[in-house]
Design a protein around this ligand. Structure first.
Ligand SMILES: *[C@@H]1O[C@H](CO)[C@@H](O)[C@H](O)[C@H]1NC(C)=O
Ligand SMILES: *[C@@H]1O[C@H](CO)[C@@H](O)[C@H](O)[C@H]1NC(C)=O
Ligand SMILES: *[C@@H]1O[C@H](CO)[C@@H](O)[C@H](O)[C@H]1NC(C)=O
Ligand SMILES: *[C@@H]1O[C@H](CO)[C@@H](O)[C@H](O)[C@H]1NC(C)=O
Ligand SMILES: *[C@@H]1O[C@H](CO)[C@@H](O)[C@H](O)[C@H]1NC(C)=O
Length: 317
């Protein structure tokens, strides 16, 4: 009986100590309770968010501008930090500016978020649609300490590389293949702080469309959830293979993502002209009706468009 109480006390002490140390994870000390220890996680400008495409405003951005060495291959350090597989770099600075990012941003790391199956795992959602994962390339302006993150949605596809695929989707194939290096090297890093060196090409990892994206102001998606992040979420997903995520789920962490947070009064901008409306009506319902621009109508929306058009003509007759 007494030893039972003693064990209970020890367990409670371990739990309390864990909290005092600010431990967080995606399980017992998961996203729903982060704000108890990290109050900023309950702020009004949190990330990630669900991007309702109908509620975005079109804006013209200058192109992103990377230093030429972004196209080179370097030795990066890949390590298990207990929450994700993070890739850091110690060589010549990899710099980024443009696209309305005021200042000079330096590459800090990139890492991945994933979920228990291929229909969940991305942190950002687009019209409520979740992807299998999401990669974050983190940059910091070391003068202002402003952070900018370039986010890529990762789409899981069955393993079928054939000649036709290689030929048809040459660029996508090269990107998928580069990510394979990351997944392959990660497999062996099962213990926290395990690390390995791998040669990677950042340009290849980021794919070939850095022009179409959404932009908003938010926070880190992990504690302390600091609200100083300029988010760029690219429209074109990166393709990876189902089995690559499976080894992550089975051997590393079951899941590693935070769900979407309230938008509050923030505005999301898009860099491209036309945007489809969602086929899910709820997703086209904007709380801030500031959205404007051109939308492409399809399906039932076409009927509404015709009604609108008829009303429009009648008004002028
Ligand atoms: C990476 O490190 C290995 C081993 O030190 C070296 O052989 C290789 O040339 C390096 N690669 C690059 C791109 O620097
Ligand atoms: C991993 O490294 C960090 C920082 O050096 C350290 O605080 C932590 O205790 C290490 N974790 C393990 C399991 O060794
Ligand atoms: C890195 O990838 C880019 C294409 O995205 C390519 O132009 C460049 O040659 C690659 N660098 C190396 C060293 O393979
Ligand atoms: C982000 O916040 C800054 C500073 O308040 C503001 O100038 C900028 O327009 C905001 N960007 C977006 C995308 O809302
Ligand atoms: C709109 O949706 C159609 C069909 O789903 C797709 O082919 C087209 O590329 C989309 N247009 C834009 C601008 O996303």
């Amino acid at each position: 009986m007494e030893s039972g109480i003693l064990i209970m006390n020890i367990i409670i002490m371990i739990l309390v100590t864990d909290k005092v140390n600010g431990a967080w994870n995606y399980r017992r000390f998961g996203p729903d309770v982060w704000s108890k220890t990290y109050p900023q996680c309950a702020g009004n400008s949190q990330s990630p968010i669900n991007i309702k495409t109908a509620c975005t405003i079109q804006k013209n951005f200058n192109p992103f501008n990377f230093t030429p060495n972004y196209n080179e291959e370097f030795n990066f350090t890949l390590s298990n930090d207990g929450h994700t597989m993070v890739v850091t770099y110690n060589g010549p600075k990899l710099l980024l500016n443009g696209a309305d990012l005021n200042g000079n941003y330096q590459f800090v790391n990139f890492h991945l978020h994933w979920g228990p199956n291929e229909n969940v795992g991305s942190e950002h959602q687009v019209n409520g649609i979740k992807y299998a994962g999401e990669s974050h390339f983190v940059y910091e302006d070391f003068e202002t300490h402003q952070i900018a993150v370039l986010a890529f949605l990762m789409k899981s596809q069955p393993y079928l590389i054939n000649k036709k695929y290689k030929k048809l989707y040459h660029d996508e194939y090269l990107t998928t293949n580069q990510w394979y290096k990351y997944f392959d090297a990660s497999q062996n890093l099962v213990q926290e702080n395990d690390s390995v060196t791998i040669e990677l090409n950042l340009s290849l990892l980021m794919g070939n469309n850095l022009v179409d994206f959404w932009r908003y102001n938010g926070s880190l998606t992990v504690p302390p959830c600091t609200e100083n992040v300029i988010w760029t979420v690219f429209k074109q997903p990166i393709y990876v293979f189902d089995y690559e995520f499976e080894t992550f789920r089975d051997d590393l962490l079951f899941e590693s993502y935070r769900g979407p947070q309230s938008l509050h009064d923030r505005q999301i901008y898009r860099s491209f002209q036309y945007e489809n409306l969602s086929t899910i009506p709820d997703q086209n319902c904007c709380s801030n009706i500031k959205s404007k621009g051109s939308f492409l109508f399809k399906g039932n929306n076409l009927i509404y468009f015709h009604l609108f058009y008829i009303n429009f003509i009648m008004f002028f007759i």
